[in-house]
Design a protein around this ligand. Structure first.
Ligand code: NDP
Length: 330
């Protein structure tokens, strides 16, 4: 093994965070019982926040970001992993509190890793990433709550984003009727291709609701946006339905009355992909292998390199990244 490896390194000076490609000494890798040669990583909204120093997600610099990675085990002191195993990591605050996947090597706790399920390649795993995992977790959570195919449209907000695109593809593949809301009308064909039956203009849902209850419209919702969009959506949910609260692309506040909960039995189900327990994590990856149509996944990928990441980190915060981004590392 050479003594250094290439990585995106974040440094902080004068309270400003900057990102650059650097050679990092292998000896600087953090503690952990498994060292992975990273093959691919990806770009999540949170990676954009980390690379731009937003939200104080990172406390210690220098820092290697990258919430997700897939790769091959290089060395292991963990009983479940041997050199050569193909693994994927999402969550566990890797890329925030721990050094992440934006480098050729990563060292983590073996308990955080998942062996790649049959039928999912190293690059597919990063086309999926936290966004895809979260999308599957959301669908699974709504189904556990009682989501049914014959009750009408399931709304996906932020549909052209990473979580939204994968959620749309999974729901459509499972036979649900999907309404996708987007602020990018030029992505209508892309969303139709993923399987939406209707495209809703983001602006229509982004207005504060004028009444505590409106007409019953959606049988379920995967919400990536929150803010006034979620306030509005709650007034339009059908009796007994649920919203999977995933994201905050439109703000982290929620102003609502309790009437959707009390008079229509509507539920908000919180989705957490980061500390999701291992057993559920394995079950969700298994479902991804069967329920996510891989050819649709391939349509939503853009491929980039480590060098592109600092710019991509800005672009995703501006809502300018479509679908999923796969970064080839080594
Ligand atoms: P993306 O940036 O890929 O997607 C977010 C989408 O939201 C955008 O593509 C855009 O969709 C829409 N959007 C962006 N800005 C606004 C705005 N101001 N108002 C309304 N809509 C907006 O991010 P991801 O898909 O990776 O993540 C989506 C959200 O979910 C993020 O908030 C992220 O932090 C969160 N998340 C949560 C997880 C969890 O465990 N709970 C895990 C992963 C992500 P369009 O152009 O179609 O309108």
């Amino acid at each position: 093994m050479s003594e250094t490896f290439k990585a995106v390194l974040l440094r902080e000076a004068d309270k400003k965070v900057s990102a650059a490609i650097e050679q990092v000494p292998v000896a600087d890798l953090p503690e952990g019982d498994v060292t992975v040669r990273v093959a691919y990583t990806t770009l999540n909204y949170k990676d954009g926040m980390v690379m731009n120093g937003i939200g104080r997600l990172v406390r210690d610099y220098p820092h290697i970001p990258g919430v997700d990675f897939s790769g091959i085990v290089e060395s292991s002191e963990h009983p479940d992993y041997q050199p050569g195993d193909k693994v994927v990591l999402t969550g566990w605050r890797v890329g925030e509190v721990h050094w992440g996947g934006y480098g050729e090597l990563a060292r983590v706790k073996g308990d955080w890793l998942v062996k790649l399920p049959e039928g999912i390649g190293l690059d597919d795993a990063m086309a999926i990433g936290t966004a895809g995992f979260t999308a599957m977790l959301s669908v699974d959570t709504l189904e556990r709550h009682g989501l049914e195919k014959d009750r009408g449209d399931v709304l996906v907000t932020g549909a052209a984003g990473g979580v939204g695109s994968v959620a749309t593809a999974i729901l459509a593949n499972l036979g649900y009727s999907v309404a996708g809301s987007t602020g990018r009308p030029e992505q209508a064909d892309y969303l139709m291709d993923l399987g939406v039956s209707q495209v809703i203009d983001r602006a229509e849902l982004a207005q504060a609701p004028s009444r505590p209850l409106a007409g019953e419209r959606f049988a379920g919702c995967i919400d990536n946006v929150a803010g006034t969009t979620l306030s509005n959506v709650l007034t339009q949910m059908k009796y007994g339905s649920a919203v999977a609260a995933v994201g905050l692309a439109g703000g982290n506040e929620l102003n609502t009355t309790v009437l959707p909960f009390l008079l229509r039995g509507v539920s908000i189900l919180g989705i957490d992909s980061v500390i999701c327990p291992k057993e559920r994590r394995l079950a969700i990856w298994k479902r991804i292998a069967t329920d996510l149509p891989m050819q649709k996944l391939h349509h939503m990928i853009e491929r980039h390199t480590l060098e592109d990441l600092p710019n991509l980190g800005k672009k995703i915060l501006e809502g300018g990244v479509r679908g999923r981004t796969v970064i080839e590392v080594s």
